[in-house]
Structure formats: C-alpha cells, structure tokens
Design a protein around this ligand. Structure first.
Ligand code: ZN
Length: 256
C-alpha cells in the first residue's frame, strides 16, 4: 500500500476514493452498515487515515537518510497533531471525544476478557450500544448513553465524580491504559489489582444491563451473562497470590 502511494501522484479526489475504500474494508471487519462511521474504530485500532498515510509517505521521502526513530517520531507527531485538531474543533465528534486522546491501540482490543464483554465495550465506544433510539425499561422513550449513565447510577457504582470527563464510564475505560501490562513493582501491582477488582465487575454488570435494556427480548446465555470478568482479574492477580500450577507442585513434592 505505502509503496503504491509513494509512486503515485494523487489528486484530492483519489485520496477521498481510497479513504472510502479503506472504510468499506473496515465495515466488513466489524459488520457495519454501509453508512456506519469508522472514525472511532480507526482511533481504537490506531489505524491511520488514508490522507495521513499519504502525508507519511511524503515525510519519509524527505527524511530518507534519517534514523528510524526520528522518522517514527515525526510520523507520530503528525498523527497526534491531526487528532488534537479534530478534538479541539468547535464541535468535536462526541464519540471520538469520549476515547483517550492518544494514538495507541485501545486496551479494549488487547486485554484478556470474553468476547461478549469486548463486543459490548466496542459497541459502547462506537455508539452502537444502544444503536438506535430505543425505549428504556424505565419508560423513558430514548435510552441514550446520557440517559443510561444517569438511570443506572454509573458514576456512583464506579465511585467516580458525576462530572468525570469525558463521561464516568469512559473515564474508567480510559484508565485501562494504565494496565497495558502487569506492573513490575509489588506495591504498584497491588494498587492496580484492587482498584480494578472493584471497577471491573461493576463494568461487566453495567454492560450486561445496557445490552439487556437494548435487547429486552434477548435471552442471554450463561457465558453472555457473566459479570465477574475473571479473565482480566486473573491476569492482573499478583504473582504471589496465584496458585502454583499442579504439574509444578507435584514435581516439587516428588522431589522432596
Ligand atoms: Zn431509563
């Protein structure tokens, strides 16, 4: 792709056409409708827009003799600048503004969790949960994200301020960056584990409740109704709390 871009003389219309082609491919990956926005998905996956790819190719041509790290830094700054410009325009995209303002793959894609929860979190981020104006079980005609935040007392349940930015649930989801990998020090590990032990089960419950409100007639399977989120918590569990693997234990006992 980059090779093709570097040897082509593209007009603005070409740039738009290949942007559209990339969007069509992305919609295939997440089963989106023909008009579904790809903006949040691209941001979550840290995928560059096509116009950014074109700009990157031209920057690389200028920096042909520069060290790799310098090229990487310039590209990163260029993309971060584009993101900040988008987020600081007079009417920034609401869903994009709820994500973290950094160019990194969203931990929702990476951290251990079951597919039901990952799907719900992705759909929440992309504005698909709830996806269309649908009534709430409290009688409110529109179960919007703002209504659900209030109706389900999400700030109270997560023990964060009501005005936590961008929104209480997204504020906590954006903290997932802090646990990209298990912390190295024991004190830090404990702090991260106990904070998420409290947050994560609440998030699992909240996402199940929202999905139930959005699909009131759906009968969720046992796996789809899980609210413990053990996959992440076990991954986060400090090493000295983890049970010794049976195979290793029996080997040690045999040796003794
Ligand atoms: Zn309601």
């Amino acid at each position: 792709m980059e090779y093709g871009l570097s040897i082509s003389q593209l007009l603005v219309s070409h740039s738009k056409a290949i942007e559209k082609a990339q969007d069509i491919c992305l919609r295939v990956t997440f089963h989106g409708k023909a008009t579904a926005s790809t903006q949040v998905y691209k941001h979550m996956a840290a995928l560059p827009h096509m116009h950014e790819r074109i700009a990157i190719v031209s920057v690389i041509d200028w920096l042909d003799s520069s060290p790799y790290n310098q090229i990487k830094e310039v590209i990163s700054r260029l993309r971060q600048h584009n993101l900040i410009m988008t987020l600081t325009q007079p009417a920034p995209p609401v869903l994009l503004s709820a994500c973290r303002p950094h160019l990194r793959v969203d931990p929702i894609f990476l951290l251990p969790m079951d597919n039901w929860l990952r799907s719900r979190l992705c759909r929440w981020r992309m504005g698909w949960l709830p996806a269309r104006p649908s009534p709430c079980r409290c009688g409110h005609p529109h179960a919007s994200q703002n209504h659900l935040l209030s109706y389900l007392s999400i700030a109270d349940r997560l023990k964060v301020p009501l005005d936590a930015k961008p929104k209480p649930l997204d504020y906590v989801l954006n903290q997932l960056l802090a646990i990209k990998r298990p912390p190295s020090s024991a004190a830090q590990h404990n702090r991260v584990y106990f904070r998420w032990a409290s947050w994560w089960s609440q998030i699992c419950s909240i996402m199940l409740e929202i999905d139930s409100i959005y699909q009131p007639d759906e009968e969720f399977s046992l796996a789809a109704s899980d609210t413990q989120g053990m996959a992440l918590l076990e991954w986060l569990l400090p090493i000295y709390f983890k049970p010794v693997a049976p195979a290793i234990r029996s080997t040690l006992y045999d040796y003794l």
